[in-house]
Design a protein around this ligand. Structure first.
Ligand code: FAD
Length: 406
C-alpha cells in the first residue's frame, strides 16, 4: 500500500496534532503517524488529569535551551491569548491557579478532544499503530517513509514533500516516548544536546535520605535555589526524596554532582531570632526558640541530624557563631541529591535536537530541506506551569505557518 500527501507529521502528541490541523488549514493534505495505540496520551495524563494547557504569561525566560534566543520568534507568533481563544471557541471550561497556570475544570480530555476535532474538521488523517522502519530523502527534497502496522504487520510506503518530527522526549516511556526523533535528526546530520530527565523529583542516599523519608507527606513553602536560579514554591517530602513544584522547577537547572539550597523558613531570619532569644530567654533550647517556625517533627529530625551536639544546651551557653551556623542550616539547608527519579516519572526531557541547526522562525532544519522539528524533541525545556504545552503550540504553529505559506 502507498500514500502520497503534502505533509507527514510523526507523533500524534500535543505539538504534532496542533501543527497538523494548522498546516491543513492552509489547504494542504496532512497525515499524522504514531506508533502508539492512542493519540495524545501525555495530554491525558497532564496536569494531574486536568491539563495545565497554557500559562497567562509566557516569556522566553521560562525556557531552557543552549540557544536561549531560539524560542523568541515562535513565542511571539503564537502566544497564550491565541490558545485561550481556541479553548474558548470550543467552550472548554477552565480556571486559573497560582502563577497564571490555566487548567481544565473537567478533564484534560477536553484539550485532546479539541485537537482531534480540529484535525477532523480540517481533514487530517491519523494513522496509529504505525512503526516507522525507515525514512529516505528523495531527489526533489521530499521523503519516503516505510512503515509496518504494529497489529497486522502490513507494510505501507508514504511519500510527502514536508516531514515534521514531533516525537517528543524520553520521559515516561509507557506513554509512547522513544528516542526516535533524535535518530532521525542524526540521520540528517543534526547533533543532539545530551538529554536528561527534568521536572523530576530528587533522590538522596545516606542519612539525609533517611531524614527526608521520615518526613514523607510534609509540604512547606520554601525558597529552593542553586547558583543559577531560585524558586519560591512548595516543597514536598516523599518516601523517595524531595518533590513538589520547588524541586521540579529546580531540577530543570540541576546536573548530577551539584548541590541545591533550601530556605526552610523564608519568612524568618533564624540567626536574628536565635541571637535575640539568647538575650531575652537565655535558658531556652534552640528547638524551643524555633517552635512555631517549623513543624515539630521536622525540627526534631533536623536537630538530630544537624546540631545534635548542641540540642540540649541552653542558648546562653552557645556561641553566637554556633547559633549562626544552626541558622544557616535552616535558612540555607544545602543538600547534594544523589540523582533524580529519572525518565520513569519526569515530566519532560531536557536537551534534544540542537537548535543551532534549526530555524527559530520556521522550525525547519538548516541541514535538510523540508524537514522540521517541533515540541519537546528540540533542545527547549519549559518551566512547570503550562510552558511545555506553550512550546508545543508555538513551535507547532510556526512550523505550520511556514509549510502552509509555501
Ligand atoms: P508528546 O506529547 O510526548 O508526543 C509525542 C508523540 O510521538 C507521542 O504520541 C508518541 O507516541 C509519538 N512517538 C514517539 N516515538 C515515536 C515513534 N518512534 N514512532 C511514531 N510515533 C512516535 N506540560 C504542560 O505544559 N502542562 C502540564 O500540565 C503538563 N503535565 C505533564 C504531566 C506528565 C505526567 C507528563 C509526562 C508531562 C507533562 N507535561 C505538561 C509536558 C508535556 O506533556 C510535553 O512537554 C508535551 O506533551 C510535549 O509535546 P510533544 O508533542 O513534543 O510530545
Amino acid at each position: 500500500m502507498s500514500h502520497t500527501v503534502d505533509t507527514i507529521i510523526i507523533g500524534a502528541g500535543a505539538s504534532g496534532l496542533f501543527c497538523a490541523f494548522n498546516v491543513a488549514s492552509f489547504g494542504k493534505s496532512v497525515l499524522v503517524l504514531d506508533h502508539a495505540n492512542k493519540a495524545g496520551k501525555k495530554i491525558l495524563m497532564s496536569g494531574g488529569g486536568r491539563c495545565n494547557f497554557i500559562n497567562r504569561q509566557v516569556e522566553p525566560r521560562h525556557f531552557i535551551s543552549q540557544n536561549p534566543h531560539f524560542v523568541k520568534s515562535a513565542l511571539s507568533k503564537y502566544g497564550s491569548d491565541d490558545f485561550i481563544a481556541l479553548v474558548n471557541q470550543h467552550h472548554i471550561a477552565y480556571h486559573e491557579r497560582e502563577h497564571g497556570q490555566l487548567f481544565c475544570d473537567d478533564s484534560a480530555k477536553d484539550i485532546l478532544d479539541m485537537l482531534l476535532k480540529q484535525c477532523q474538521d480540517f481533514g487530517v488523517g491519523i494513522h496509529l499503530h504505525t512503526v516507522i522502519d525507515s525514512i529516505r530523502a528523495t531527489d526533489d527534497n521530499g521523503f519516503v517513509l516505510s512503515t509496518t502496522h504494529k497489529k497486522d504487520g502490513t507494510t505501507t510506503t508514504y511519500q510527502c514533500q514536508h516531514l515534521v518530527i514531533a516525537t517528543g522526549g524520553l520521559s515516561i516511556p509507557t506513554l509512547g516516548s522513544s528516542g526516535f526523533g533524535y535518530q532521525v535528526a542524526m540521520q540528517f546530520g543534526h547533533t543532539i544536546v545530551p538529554t536528561e530527565a527534568a521536572l523530576v523529583p530528587f533522590t538522596f542516599t545516606d542519612a539525609t535520605g533517611d531524614l527526608i523519608k521520615s518526613q514523607a507527606g510534609l509540604s512547606l513553602d520554601v525558597i529552593a535555589s542553586n547558583d543559577k536560579i531560585s524558586f519560591t514554591l512548595p516543597l514536598l517530602f516523599t518516601h523517595r526524596g524531595l518533590s513538589g513544584p520547588a524541586m521540579l522547577q529546580l531540577s530543570n537547572y540541576w546536573h548530577l554532582g551539584e548541590s541545591i539550597t533550601i530556605n526552610l523558613a523564608p519568612q524568618t531570619d533564624i540567626a536574628e531570632l536565635l541571637l535575640s532569644a539568647k538575650k531575652s530567654h537565655p535558658k531556652q533550647l534552640v528547638r524551643t526558640a524555633l517552635a512555631g517556625i517549623l513543624p515539630k517533627k521536622l525540627l526534631t529530625a533536623l536537630e538530630n541530624h544537624l546540631w545534635q551536639a548542641h540540642k540540649d544546651t541552653e542558648l546562653a551557653n552557645l556561641k553566637d557563631d554556633t547559633l549562626r551556623q544552626i541558622a544557616t542550616t535552616l535558612n540555607a539547608w544545602t543538600l547534594k541529591p544523589s540523582g533524580t527519579e529519572g525518565y520513569r516519572v519526569a515530566e519532560v526531557t531536557r536537551g534534544g535536537v540542537d537548535t543551532h541547526d534549526v530555524s527559530g522562525k520556521t522550525m525547519g532544519s538548516r541541514l535538510q530541506p523540508n524537514l522540521y522539528f517541533i515540541g519537546e524533541v528540540l533542545d527547549v525545556t519549559g518551566w512547570l506551569g503550562g510552558y511545555n504545552f506553550a512550546w508545543a503550540w508555538a513551535s507547532g504553529y510556526a512550523c505550520a505557518e511556514s509549510i502552509g505559506m509555501k
